[in-house]
Write a protein that binds this ligand. Sequence first.
Ligand code: 13P
Length: 251
Amino acid sequence: MRKPVIAGNWKMYKLLSEAVDTAVALKPLVANANHCEVIIAPVFTALKTVADRVEGSNIKVASQNCAAQNDFGAHTGEIAPVMIKDAGCSHAIIGHSERRQFYGDTDESVNKKAHAAIAAGLVAIVCVGEHLSERESGNANSVVAGQLNTGLAGLTVADMERIIIAYEPVWAIGTGKTATPEQAQEMHSHIRQTVAASHGNEVADAVRILYGGSVKPDNIATLMSQPDVDGALVGGASLEADSFASIVNYK
Ligand code: 13P
């Protein structure tokens, strides 16, 4: 059985005090959520403080990016996965579409970052997803398969236990347009088949595939009812403790 994962990506929102307030408010609201893993991803400057404040609860902390190497060195502005782990995180989001679109992430850099994150003992949440034009031209499946085949290249079967895949169609992010549960299911099933082809059926059956893109308290249950949807990566609706908690408590 794949344990669902509900992750909140706070993007570039919240000063430190606001991040702490939200995390502290969230704790009692999700304390009984044993049916899923709960993850929040604040900005880098809030990671350590937030991780300290949720320690001992069922909330885990993720970074929103990481460097592609763990060796200390001359990489101004980069933050190594070992440092993210050292700050109290268990997960790192990698290859979010906003980083691919605006900050130069490529399938190749995503692959290096995934290797580095796993080497540091983190779980990598690897994001994939097509643009609207790619969907409209009938290329969504091949785009996502390409992102996966390069992004997960060279990872062993054991490494894949530390991979979560997040399918986030770019046209559904922050737009209020959610993929229909059928569209999500169709792509998640395609993703699972792609992983089966690259890493075998056992890995494909075990890997969690999250949906992201305008997930809200009122659409989470139908998305989660799809057989290949194993959770959600939530943006806007994760910023308030109440709304994120009602997504976590979708059952
Ligand atoms: P929204 O939920 O705001 O559409 O953002 C989705 C997302 O990008 C999560 O990583």
